[in-house]
Design a protein around this ligand. Structure first.
Ligand SMILES: CC(C)(COP(=O)(O)OP(=O)(O)OC[C@H]1O[C@@H](n2cnc3c(N)ncnc32)[C@H](O)[C@@H]1OP(=O)(O)O)[C@@H](O)C(=O)NCCC(=O)NCCS
Length: 184
């Protein structure tokens, strides 16, 4: 559970497994109200919440569903991204991504969504990947639409309006470097 080797690599970032030592970073990320504003989750308040997440993420990873830390090439963690499933949609993978505000608008989400979408559709052979986005989360919708995610419907959850997107292989607008990796 404590490997820090890249699981997915790109010249600008890599994703690695989450370790028990990452609790402080996860708390910093998920306690930030700006980060959590459009996630539908309450900001975390204490380290045990991070430790519980790490354990639950490890248990899910055994079933192939996992979130990873997004790191700069120098090893600095900047975000959290990966897959989750909801109790009412147990067969449907959902993509999830979030970054510290000081790293926003530098293209990190776009690259991360590219990597994860490629993995879900081409490696794990999911027929479709779902994304759930708060109606007002325009940067998130922008990133998904740039990758080819299609708006399927809107729904209300927790008193908020959400967009439900899906992407399938035929719609995925893949970056050349990701495609090169696919063909290797
Ligand atoms: C949403 C989030 C992941 C985006 O990450 P990011 O690394 O800044 O995204 P990128 O830099 O790859 O792309 C952002 C895009 O949104 C655009 N954008 C930024 N602010 C915008 C706004 N107010 N309205 C419309 N588009 C906007 C940027 O111009 C960019 O598009 P472009 O590349 O065509 O110029 C980041 O803001 C975040 O972590 N937010 C908090 C957590 C969250 O909401 N996660 C998503 C849950 S679904």
């Amino acid at each position: 559970m404590n490997s820090t080797q890249p699981v997915f690599s790109h010249p600008l970032l890599y994703l690695r497994k989450i370790n028990t030592e990452d609790a402080e970073f996860l708390l910093t990320l998920n306690a930030n109200p700006e980060v959590m504003k459009y996630t539908g989750e309450a900001p975390w308040q204490s380290l045990p919440e991070a430790q519980l997440f790490i354990e639950q993420n490890y248990q899910l990873s055994i079933k192939g569903i996992e979130r990873w830390l997004v790191c700069l090439p120098n090893g600095k963690p900047i975000g959290l991204a990966g897959f989750r499933i909801f109790d009412d949609l147990p067969e449907q993978w959902d993509i999830s991504f979030r970054f510290l505000p000081e790293y926003w608008n530098q293209g990190y989400a776009f690259i991360t969504v590219q990597i994860l979408t490629h993995h879900a559709l081409y490696v794990s052979k999911q027929k479709a990947l779902r994304a759930q986005v708060h109606e007002e989360n325009l940067p998130s919708s922008r990133v998904l639409e740039k990758c080819g995610y299609q708006l399927d419907h809107r729904f209300t959850w927790g008193g908020m309006i959400w967009r439900c997107y899906y992407v399938r292989q035929k719609d995925f607008q893949v970056l050349p470097e990701i495609l090169a990796d696919l063909l290797r």
